[in-house]
Design a protein around this ligand. Structure first.
Ligand code: PGA
Length: 260
């Protein structure tokens, strides 16, 4: 695991963008795994800027969402398909086409079939080359909540009460408006991505980040499974990295391997 703590989310996102662009330099039509939530917003802005500069394009790529709410209205602002369209789709964004944006279909009557179809679409495309990840305050990645299988495939999952509280801010602060069920890539699915790029910002993420990097692998903190992945980059701001014990060593190793 490569861990780097920077002062701000903006600085950490700029480093994340460099890592992502280097994957696309080597493989221009790479498949990108995309996350939603607040965490990747700066990174997506960096990608749009790189696209405007002519340094980056998703025109020939497929993007696969980590997750989607079940039953959320097709035109709802917070439906993840709509969030990702606003962030990435179009020549004025990253060049990604709508047909190459794959999100689990939370409106299908059979959510389990929709989950299986998303998993299959990733396989059919040859897998995800680089997966962007956030982390929940409870250590979830995607919506893989504590206590779930560490080897799951894309599946239907109820949101934990903590996640409902965390996400209420996207639904006018009203807990009753937060969907209760989602389809999420499983941890087994996520672990098959060739590179993982995990971002974490803010004090609320500090415990989860400490567990992710330094805790025992446990379903209590699902993100700890990424310790078993061969190529993971973890970028945090100062607050999210504040409970790491070995920060000085991580910074030293990062410098040796990647320079500043
Ligand atoms: P956030 O969510 O980016 O909105 O903090 C991250 C997550 O829950 O995975």
């Amino acid at each position: 695991m490569h861990i780097r703590t920077l002062d701000t989310a903006e600085l950490a996102s700029a480093v994340a963008a460099k890592i992502l662009l280097s994957v696309f330099d080597k493989k221009p039509a790479a498949n990108l795994g995309v996350a939603t939530g607040s965490t990747p917003e700066h990174l997506y802005a960096e990608l749009r800027t790189a696209h405007a500069r002519g340094d980056f394009s998703l025109a020939n790529s497929k993007a696969f969402a980590l997750d989607e709410y079940v039953g959320i209205a097709e035109d709802h602002y917070e439906r993840y398909r709509n969030v990702l369209r606003r962030e990435l789709v179009g020549e004025d964004k990253t060049g990604l086409t709508d047909e190459n944006l794959y999100t689990p279909n939370g409106l299908m009557s059979d959510s389990h079939a929709a989950a299986a179809a998303h998993d299959q679409a990733i396989r059919d495309a040859g897998g995800v080359d680089i997966q962007i990840l956030g982390i929940g305050s409870n250590g979830h990645i995607g919506f893989n909540e504590p206590g779930g299988s560490l080897v799951s495939r894309t599946h239907v999952e109820p949101l934990s009460p903590q996640t409902v509280r965390d996400n209420a801010r996207f639904f006018e602060g009203d807990l009753s408006k937060v969907p209760t069920t989602c389809i999420t890539q499983g941890l087994g699915t996520i672990m098959e991505a060739r590179v993982l790029l995990l971002l974490a910002f803010g004090e609320k993420k500090a415990d989860a980040v400490a567990q992710l990097a330094e805790g025992p692998i446990s379903a209590k903190w699902p993100a700890t499974i990424v310790q078993m992945h061969p190529e993971v980059y973890v970028l945090t701001d100062a607050a999210a990295g504040s409970k790491l014990e070995l920060t000085a060593m991580y910074q030293e190793r990062w410098k040796l391997q990647f320079g500043e």
